[in-house]
Write a protein that binds this ligand. Structure first.
Ligand SMILES: *Cc1c(COP(=O)(O)O)cnc(C)c1O
Length: 378
């Protein structure tokens, strides 16, 4: 039986070669590769400045500090995201205020954002979910009207476009992540992009124990962290960037295969939809199960026995225990997000999976759903 994982990095000789060069150079941190990676990444997406860090989460933390978000502030964000995009608001002592999502794109709904604005609101932290951009025109308008900053969590959407402009260039700053399941990887790693030289300077200082660029090793200007990206990781990132266009094209092709084999079964499932003005770069391929009486978790278990890994994607953040306890969130607060969370399923999706594999996996999914529905009808 073949086994299909959900995600798998695409590593070739190029990464091996670049990492080996770094190892042989003897400069393993604070060297030329991190700067080269920053330059190449920001050029690629059309951002002015960048600051590479040790993870996407670290990047979000620094982006919040650099934006001046602090205790007593409120930041509006999506409950349908990976937990780090809400946690980073807590890291700086501010309050995450959720606004429900659009049922088609699963991205934060601009209309719902406006209803959550209070005198304490300082920023909107948007997550471009699964590889497609939020409705940035509407969100930028709201931000301008209410004088709010925009921070983009672009961790799942490298190279994605909204009306011809790449994500990571809309906000005050943006953050990308390179964990091995993302579209490109550095092992662990992340990067902040920004249009402000000042933000870049602050982030570079914060990632390096609060030192300024021209300071001595044991001189510290502000409270900082060790959020540096090492040179081996940066070298992997450079290799991955050189393959980025190819890798995204492959992902789009795989999504096309899933669409082809799953679309005829729209009585059982909803396939992912892409907004007209978006270019989707496919972090994951997520379907939702239409019949509310079908146990999604049982479907996951059935598929797992057949070698097909699937995962609920994603749980709604406001329903995690510590969010409930801290802010009294409850079921029903964000119904669209909750409905997607309860019925969604991420499918095996990585470069190297073939059309035959996708056809096979699709058949297994539909069979599992068909059998389950037959059983509950009895
Ligand atoms: C992956 C991810 C992150 C965090 O990235 P790490 O590198 O794992 O810290 C943040 N936000 C979103 C939406 C993500 O998908």
């Amino acid at each position: 039986m073949k086994n299909y994982p959900i995600a798998k990095p695409y590593i070739t000789k190029k990464e091996e070669k670049y990492v080996l060069n770094v190892l042989r150079s003897g400069i393993l941190s604070i060297g030329p590769k991190i700067e080269e990676f920053e330059k190449k990444f920001s050029d690629k997406i059309g951002a002015k400045y960048a600051c590479a860090v040790s993870s996407g989460t670290a990047g979000l933390h620094l982006a919040m500090i650099a934006a001046g978000i602090k205790k007593g502030d409120e930041v509006i964000t999506s409950p349908f995201s990976f937990i780090a995009s809400a946690n980073c608001i807590l890291y700086v002592g501010a309050k995450p205020v959720f606004a429900d999502i659009n049922p088609v794109t699963y991205n934060i709904d601009p209309v719902k954002i406006e209803k959550k604005i209070t005198p304490k609101t300082r920023a909107i932290l948007v997550t471009h979910i699964f590889g497609q951009a939020c409705d940035m025109e509407a969100i930028l308008k709201i931000a301008k009207k209410h004088k709010l900053k925009i921070i983009e969590d672009a961790c799942e959407s490298v190279n994605a476009e909204y009306k011809g402009k790449k994500v990571g260039t809309f906000g005050e700053s943006a953050v990308f992540a390179f964990y091995p399941n993302k579209q490109i990887t550095t092992g662990e790693g992340g990067i902040i992009t920004t249009r402000s030289k000042k933000t870049q300077e602050i982030c570079r200082s914060l990632r390096n124990q609060g030192r300024s660029e021209n300071m001595q090793w044991l001189d510290h200007k502000r409270l900082g962290y060790n959020y540096r990206m090492d040179e081996m990781s940066a070298a992997v990132g450079i290799a991955q960037l050189e393959k980025l266009d190819f890798m995204i094209t492959q992902r789009q092709k795989i999504a096309g295969w899933y669409n082809k084999y799953l679309l005829p079964h729209s009585n059982f499932i909803q396939i992912p939809l892409t907004a007209e003005h978006n270019i989707h770069t496919w972090f994951v391929y997520v379907i939702t199960i239409k019949n509310k009486r079908v146990s999604r978790n049982k479907i996951i278990a059935t598929l797992n026995k057949e070698g097909v890994s699937t995962k609920p994607y994603l749980p709604s953040i406001h329903l995690f225990d510590f969010y409930r306890k801290k802010y009294y969130y409850k079921k029903g607060d964000f119904p669209v997000s909750e409905r997607v969370s309860e019925s969604s399923l991420a499918l095996p999706f990585y470069i190297g999976i073939t059309e035959e594999d996708v056809k096979y996996i699709s058949k297994k999914i539909i069979n599992a759903l068909r059998n389950y529905e037959k059983r509950i009808q009895k």
